[in-house]
Design a protein around this ligand. Structure first.
Ligand code: SAH
Length: 348
């Protein structure tokens, strides 16, 4: 494979059109190629029978189909976890959740993560590399192939920090959003970030209305600095100012994720401080019962404490939900993806 070659799944319709024009081919062939890839789902160029041999050869010379395989699946009643092997042997995971409104796939954006959040397993494993946009697209396609059903929602909340892989993330969104392809509406896509402010600013300038979730987890700098190193670069005040700008610029309702850590961020004072921080914003808080992991000392807040936190926020007129728990029994919970890969390796 030549080094100049690209994955065909990394190409947006516009990328394909300009490629074709550069090579004296007709622009409309781009939508035919997209149709083969994302509607008919062939995975060789030779099967694209309405293209000329010249064009097929041109495509073969310039593009490849990624090697990516689901090597293990773990299922419980409402959630399935997929261990996926990339072309270079690295492993990532995607998690499928069944909801009453459809199903949503939680995808990974990096092999490992460099954000170093104190409570998170993925952070312990450090970033090995970014995923290519094709590798983001293919997580959806491989899982759809497996379950023989369309995925209705995508949440970019798996391993990695999506805004630390920004360009590939945006290409990915453009590709899955293309209406004669995978056609996932932007309102069905949610990106979760730990709060990389310059990227939130770029993101708000984009023409599509993708949902944004912010991993907040603490209502003040002192505590957030301890839990999330990113706060030392972009502190809470700057983050909130940026989110206000985002909302003022027509951004859709923001979700604040808040994991519940016993005795750390789950007191009544924290709830009140949180309420004051986000009052009058078009937002809601999603309280996430922390998934304990054997390697990290944090404990999950008790049900009572979670309920008390919830009640305080409600009384303060904050929209709040408690996340339904998925996958706790199969280590599919956020932050625990891939951390057991060494154990998995024995089975591969
Ligand atoms: N880097 C992005 C997306 C990946 S993490 C972000 O920070 O948002 C997805 C979510 O899972 C984040 O809110 C993260 O803080 C949370 N998380 C990490 N470890 C967790 C755990 N053990 N239990 C519950 N949530 C966890």
């Amino acid at each position: 494979m030549g080094v100049y070659m690209k994955s065909i799944y990394s190409m947006t319709i516009q990328d394909l059109e300009s490629f074709l024009l550069q090579h004296e081919e007709k622009k409309y062939r781009a939508s035919q190629i997209m149709d083969w890839l994302y509607i008919k789902r062939v995975n060789t160029f030779i099967e694209m029978t309405n293209l000329s041999n010249n064009l097929i050869n041109l495509l073969k010379d310039n593009f490849y189909f990624d090697e990516m395989t689901i090597i293990k699946e773990q299922k419980s009643s409402d959630v399935s976890k997929y261990l996926i092997k990339l072309f270079d042997g690295n492993l990532i995971e995607a998690v499928l959740m069944n909801h009453d409104y459809g199903n949503s796939l939680c995808i990974s954006t990096q092999v490992g993560c460099n954000m170093g959040c104190a409570f998170c397993e993925s952070g312990r494993l450090k970033k090995v590399r970014n995923l290519e946009s094709s590798e983001l697209v293919l997580q959806i396609m491989k899982v759809e192939e497996k379950i023989k059903t369309r995925i209705s929602h995508v949440v970019v909340m798996g391993i990695g920090e999506p805004f630390d892989n920004y360009d590939n993330l945006i290409k990915f969104i453009e590709i899955i959003n293309y209406n004669k392809g995978i056609n996932l509406g932007s309102r069905h896509i949610t990106v979760s970030t730990c709060g990389i402010v310059p990227k939130i600013k770029e993101f708000m300038k984009l023409p599509f209305q993708v949902n944004l979730a912010i991993s907040l987890h603490a209502p003040n700098n002192e505590l957030r600095n301890k839990l999330m190193p990113i706060n030392k670069a972009y502190d809470i005040n700057l983050l909130m100012k940026t989110i206000k700008e985002y909302l003022d610029n027509g951004g859709r309702r923001i979700t604040f994720e808040y994991i519940m850590l016993e005795g750390i961020n789950d007191t009544k004072e924290c709830a009140k401080e949180l309420a004051n921080l986000i009052r009058n914003m078009n937002c809601y808080v999603n309280l996430i019962p922390y998934n304990e992991t054997e390697n990290i000392g944090f404990k999950r807040s008790s049900k009572d404490r979670i309920m008390a936190f919830y009640d305080t926020l409600k009384k303060e007129n904050i929209n709040v939900t408690i996340r339904r728990e998925f996958g706790g029994n199969i280590d599919a919970a956020c932050g625990q993806l891939r951390s057991k890969e060494n154990i998995w390796k024995h089975f591969i």
